[in-house]
Design a protein around this ligand. Structure first.
Ligand code: PMP
Length: 412
């Protein structure tokens, strides 16, 4: 208990920002080395899904989530313009009050058709979809069993709810089963997995993992943020590709990657799923997506149903880049290409930042990723390919990496 303070006394002032001092110091040291700030780049103009102007120069984009290149699709743009004219710039309300327009229902129907599932619920972001669904379905005395490398939005969803959280080693089937075995048989259980893990671009052995989850009576949620639109015969994701989508209770996805706009969703066949619209706080207590956004999303989702050629070209790009970088001598996050993400492992943050800058000077943008976003304290240059990258651009990219790698001393 604090003693009562007399009128002229004050307690010691604690600056709540002092906890950030180590990070501030680290940033100061990095920038003092003369390197450009990798977390403050401005896209001055965007010319296409694969080219933007940064620092006044044309730059190939290899660090976006625009996997299917839908951001400049003429039909998508037209749908957005039309909705802006017909419905205005925003809904100014929650989905459960005044914020459900015809467009929100249309995009939910497009998602039901895309996944061949009964229910779809659209959130304002994918982050909120994970936050909402996970925190709402797993409650007090339930258990969430999840991969330790899960996305921040999954962890935050766990933190927001009341369930017991049990992580297991990344993609480790045995470790997952050991955790499930120790949970009381009568308890409610949710297993949370991702199709593609976005830091290294590796996929999960969903078929085996989901079979085990089922054996222990757990429900299964799979975040297919980085696979939707691209992986699987119909672009439904890794679960479709591995033939186990019918065993998944909840698929989480986002409009901010292959779909090319912003928004998040959950699709499910659970017969009681619609009740989520009344009990899921990150759905209820926030404004719904603008009409132009849901219109672009619905058009894009419908076009992605028939994008087999684009998917094949993106796989081709992924294979070519993976081989080109590996042959050049770079250490990659996966032995073989598993997704549209190819991660190049850097020896440390300093050389990672120097390499990032050298690539930018070459005219190439990639993502610099570092802890805590990365596993095992790694610094990564994350390359994410687009179906609109041409074969020539991919060859150019390999050349840029090779020159920059030599200049920075990462390649011999
Ligand atoms: N899940 C995963 C696996 C992600 O990588 C991301 C975003 N990078 C999200 C969810 C959140 O998506 P959004 O951008 O729509 O919030």
């Amino acid at each position: 208990m604090t003693d009562m303070l007399s009128e002229n006394e004050t307690e010691a002032h604690v600056d709540l920002f002092s906890k950030f001092d180590p990070l501030i110091e680290m940033r100061r040291n990095l920038l003092a080395s003369g390197v450009e700030d990798p977390f403050n780049l401005v896209m001055e103009r965007v010319l296409s899904p694969t080219v933007a102007v940064c620092n006044g120069r044309e730059t190939i984009l290899l660090g976006t989530y625009n996997y299917m290149g839908m951001t400049f699709d003429p039909d998508v743009i037209e749908a957005g313009k039309q909705a802006l004219e017909d419905f205005g710039s925003g809904t100014t309300g929650s989905r459960v009050l005044n914020g459900t327009y015809a467009g929100h229902k249309a995009v939910e129907q497009a998602l039901c058709d895309f996944y061949a599932m009964d229910h779809a619920m659209v959130f304002s972001t994918g982050y909120q979809a994970n936050l909402g669904i996970i925190s709402t379905i797993a409650g007090k005395s339930d258990y969430i069993v999840l991969d330790i490398d899960s996305h921040a939005s999954i962890w935050d969803g766990c933190k927001m709810g009341d369930a017991e959280v049990v992580p297991f080693k990344h993609n480790d089937i045995v470790a997952m089963e050991n955790r499930l075995r120790r949970i009381p048989a009568e308890a409610g259980k949710l297993v949370v997995l991702e199709g593609v893990y976005s830091m290294l671009g590796d996929i999960a052995p969903l078929k085996e993992m989901i079979a085990i989850a089922r054996k222990y009576g757990a429900m299964v949620l799979v975040d297919e943020a980085h696979s939707m639109g691209f992986i699987g015969p119909n672009g439904r994701g890794v679960a479709e590709d591995q033939g186990c989508l019918d065993q998944v209770d909840f698929v989480i996805g986002t409009f901010s990657k292959s779909v090319g706009t912003v928004g998040g969703f959950c699709v499910s066949n659970h017969p009681k799923f619609e009740i989520m619209r009344l009990v899921c706080r990150p759905y209820v207590f926030t404004a719904s997506l603008p009409p132009s956004v849901v219109a672009t999303a619905a058009t894009s989702v419908r076009k992605l149903m028939h994008a087999g050629k684009k998917r094949a070209h993106l796989w081709e790009n992924s294979r070519t880049l993976h081989k080109g970088l590996k042959d050049a001598g770079f250490q990659l996050g996966t032995d073989a290409p598993q997704s549209a993400i190819i991660s190049v492992i850097m020896p440390d943050l300093e050389r990672g930042a120097a390499m990032w800058e050298a690539l930018l000077h070459e005219g190439l943008y990639v993502n610099l990723a570092r802890p805590p976003a990365t596993p095992a304290n790694m610094t990564l240059l994350r390359c994410s390919l687009c179906a609109e990258h041409s074969a020539e651009q991919v060859q150019q990219i390999i050349g840029m990496f090779t020159r920059a790698g030599k200049a920075v001393g990462i390649l011999g």
